[in-house]
Ligand binder design. Structure first.
Ligand code: PLP
Length: 388
């Protein structure tokens, strides 16, 4: 194996498939974007006020590397109560969004040549981050007719003596799939048998519909030590631009390694932003419920409109704000579909190919936009399908 370096790995990684289309869309007028990966709600005012208050009170200095104590305590309480994960404030680190937490977790967990299993289709950052860290990504197909849930048998087939890590993401970006407790239990049996580490990316935990409940991998028996839980304020409180996320791990030496990376990189999160995040956890929570109800209604609308179209189909996504539309009947590959739809009807979608090798017959539709826009995007898609 050739020697690994970050700069040489960077040359092997293509630019994000999402960016290319977004750049093209920027030059056009009258665009409707189903490409956006963030809620369209303003951050609730009490959270904004708390950050402003912190600034006015002089909370403008570095914070402790792992984050302000009050925030880590509040996260610990939240994780115990909501996630059934028993972690103390010393096992929690506040990071620059869930994005940094993922990088720290991957970089600190693997050595050059280690195998990392990535259920696919997957969030666009996983495979590049594994490659930058010197790991070998091993993608396992999650099939539409299995509701895009990781199949334990397929997982086990891909495990070798080089495999160190599995990355899970429920609810999923891009499919909206939500893993049930029984799905996670089957995976956890395999994790224990092969003694793997797991990164559980739970940034969409608050966006699960129809009364289903989020289950955290680290809450399962025997999983406490093996799992790094990654979470964020971005999606739950509509705080994407604040860049506040966090991770937790009960593995002390791993935690120390992640802290070193964080300490010699960003040092700490913005101090005043952390006070905003503290208020998000401590303040009223009805915003989260209202946003979830609104997203459920939008999902129902989008799904109904797609089911009425000829040439495309979709299964019902149970969480996040994405729908993974099957375009196989159109005989177009995903990039061709997305590009033509953009050029002909000015609707932005993300080609399935951006999420891995198994999803070229899909495009991702994100629905954080008002219902009249969703309807208009669907009218345009209908017209497009009738012509192509
Ligand atoms: N994980 C998943 C699955 C995501 O979709 C995203 C953002 O889109 C992130 C992590 C990172 O989010 P942030 O860095 O804003 O917390």
């Amino acid at each position: 194996m050739s020697e690994h370096s970050i700069s040489s790995s960077l040359d092997k990684i293509p630019k994000s498939g999402i960016r290319k289309l977004f750049d093209l869309a920027q030059s056009m007028e009258g665009i409707i974007s189903l490409g956006i990966g963030e809620p369209d709600f303003d951050t609730p005012p009490h959270i904004i006020e708390a950050a402003i208050k912190a600034l006015k009170e002089g909370k403008t200095y570095y914070s402790p590397n792992s984050g302000i104590l009050e925030l880590r305590q509040a996260i610990s309480e939240k994780m115990k109560k909501q996630n059934n994960i028993d972690v103390s404030e010393n096992e929690i680190m506040v990071t620059i969004g869930g994005g940094e937490a993922l990088s720290l977790a991957i970089q600190s967990s693997i050595k050059t040549g280690d195998g990392v299993i990535v259920p696919s289709p997957a969030f666009v950052a996983y495979v590049p981050t594994v490659m930058l860290s010197g790991g070998i990504p091993i993608e396992v197909e999650c099939k539409e007719d299995e509701s895009f849930i990781l199949n334990p048998e397929l997982l086990e087939e891909k495990i070798t003596e080089k495999t160190e890590l599995l990355i899970l993401n429920s609810p999923s970006n891009p499919t909206g799939a939500v893993m049930k407790k029984s799905d996670l239990e089957k995976i956890s049996d395999i994790i224990m048998e092969y003694n793997l580490r797991v990164i559980s990316d739970e940034v969409y935990e608050s966006l699960i519909y129809d009364g289903k409940k989020h289950v955290s991998m680290a809450s399962l028996n025997g999983m406490e030590e093996n799992v790094i839980t990654v979470n964020s304020f971005s999606k739950t409180y509509s705080m994407t631009g604040w860049r506040v996320g966090y991770l937790s791990s009960k593995d002390e030496s791993l935690f120390d390694r992640m802290l070193k990376l964080h300490m010699y990189g960003p040092v700490c999160n913005n101090t005043f932003a952390q006070y905003g995040a503290l208020e998000a956890l401590k303040g009223p929570q009805h915003f989260v419920d209202n946003m979830r109800d609104e997203f459920r209604d939008r999902r129902d609308l989008l799904l109904k409109r797609i089911q009425e179209m000829n040439g495309v189909s979709a299964i019902k996504p149970e969480g996040a704000f994405y729908l993974f539309m099957n375009i196989s009947q159109t005989k177009m590959k995903s990039e061709e579909f997305s590009e033509k739809l953009l050029n002909q009807e000015k609707v932005v979608t993300v080609p399935g190919a951006a999420f891995g090798p198994y999803s070229d017959e899909f495009v991702r539709l994100a629905y954080p936009l008002k219902k009249d826009k969703i309807n208009e995007a669907c009218d345009r898609m209908e017209r497009f399908l009738s012509k192509n």
